[in-house]
Design a protein around this ligand. Structure first.
Ligand code: FAD
Length: 397
């Protein structure tokens, strides 16, 4: 069958966006390796867990999103040999390529915290990070009238760094409206020294947390879960102490890493403790294999992993791949743009957009995004999903 001209591994936000852009540029011989028949718009899961959107709005058949002219192999990649330019598929077959776009997303490590894998999805434990649990988050929030609610943030890089705290704000806002907030103790466990990487937004979030009476534990991490006793262990890295905390609701975000088969491949970045794939931060090309590009959650880039970042990375990968295919050096550069829509209430949002230098890079320069805004909430809930399905995934935006 010969070599596939371009093999794209993963048909999520990144893989479909790049495929669509390459097709628009007239590239033929594209093969997509994607095991799932469902494509998820994950940013909506925060609103699903907060009772603001139904899960099915976040789901579309994968087949409906694959651009015409792209061949779909419905299997998963399980090994890569970039010297031989082959990918081993789940049935053991080898796929040979000329150019590779690596976009399989990241892996949720439910086993990374002792007790978490057994507790997740049971009793009072949920997570917006998986579609099978996100609706349960809302059931637990809605049923709660008193007690302790704990929201945790893992100590690894994660997709959408704001998501672990957004759901705490949505829950608190709901309990405030139900007039039970004063009977609920809310604890937010965060490994970093601040609520957000960019100080200007961190200050706003501190006020939001204070407004709801949320106890913020900085430099702290959930290090064990006992689902039977409804207790977690919180390790405070500043003081080195451990505390046992009882909960009546636990929203847990698992540690995250590169898929295992990426970690063990030659494309992994030795500098990444979680094994994320190596890529030049500006061109997104692999430093040793110039026919390989990585983008999206799998790539070890010094910026936050978001779909918004993927929106800016996909055109760079497509353009640079075209350069490489015609024997030129990659010329397009990604500046690290990422954005985090920080939902702070059922109808309010802060839109944090910044680049590699943590410089604000606003899409709407005329409005003040250091303020919680209703127009930004409407933008996230009602405008971003159609922009995603019809603009980003078709390579138009
Ligand atoms: P994904 O979209 O996850 O796609 C990976 C694809 O690879 C999947 O289709 C998967 O089936 C496939 N795959 C997996 N393994 C293999 C394999 N072995 N072989 C082949 N294919 C494989 N981003 C924002 O911009 N704004 C937000 O508000 C926001 N909120 C979020 C809230 C939550 C709760 C979560 C979980 C994420 C959120 N994100 C948000 C992050 C965003 O969803 C991701 O950053 C984005 O989807 C990354 O795109 P990707 O293509 O790299 O990975």
């Amino acid at each position: 069958a010969g070599r596939h001209r371009v093999a794209i591994i993963g048909g999520g936000s990144a893989g479909i966006s790049v495929a669509a852009r390459l097709r628009r540029a007239g590239v033929t011989g594209i093969t997509l390796v994607e095991p799932s028949d469902t494509h998820w718009y994950q940013p909506l899961w925060t609103l699903v867990g907060g009772g603001q959107a139904p899960l099915n709005l976040s789901r579309r058949p994968e087949a409906s999103l694959i651009p015409d002219g792209v061949r779909w192999i419905r299997r998963h990649a399980q090994a890569m040999d970039p010297d031989a330019r082959t990918v081993t598929l789940s049935d053991g077959d080898e796929l040979a390529y000329e150019h590779l776009v690596l976009a399989p997303g990241l892996q949720l490590d439910w086993n990374g915290v002792p007790g978490l894998a057994a507790a997740i999805g049971q009793d009072r434990v949920s997570s917006n990070y998986a579609p099978e649990y996100a609706p349960r988050t809302w059931e637990l929030i809605r049923a709660m009238r008193s007690g302790t609610a704990v929201f945790t943030h893992p100590a690894t890089p994660l997709k959408c760094g704001g998501a672990p705290q957004k759901i705490a704000y949505l829950a608190a806002d709901y309990w405030r409206r139900e007039k039970v907030l004063d009977r609920i103790r809310i604890v937010l466990v965060v490994p970093d020294p601040a609520l957000f990487k960019v100080p200007a937004w961190s200050r706003v979030l501190e006020r939001v947390a204070a407004r709801y009476g949320i106890e913020v534990r900085l430099r702290s991490e959930m290090t064990a879960v006992d689902g039977d006793r409804r207790e977690i262990t919180v390790t405070d890295h500043a003081s080195g102490t451990e505390e046992t905390l009882g909960y009546d609701l636990l929203h847990a975000v698992p540690p995250q890493s590169a898929p295992d088969w990426v970690k063990t491949s030659a494309l992994t970045d030795p500098a990444s403790p979680q094994g994320f794939a190596a890529a030049d931060p500006y061109t997104l090309q692999h430093p040793s294999y110039n026919n390989v590009f990585a983008l999206g959650d799998v790539a070890n880039l010094p910026t936050s992993k978001t779909g918004a970042a993927v929106r800016k990375q996909a055109p760079v990968v497509a353009a640079n791949l075209l350069d490489v295919m015609s024997g030129r050096a990659p010329a397009r550069r990604y500046d690290g743009y990422t954005s985090c829509p920080l939902v702070t209430a059922r109808d309010r949002m802060l839109l944090a957009e910044f680049d590699y230098d943590l410089r604000p890079s606003p899409s709407f320069p005329l409005i003040n995004t250091f303020k919680e805004r209703r127009d930004m909430w409407v933008f996230k809930r009602y405008l971003l999903p159609p922009v995603y399905w019809h603009g980003m995934l078709t390579g138009r935006l």
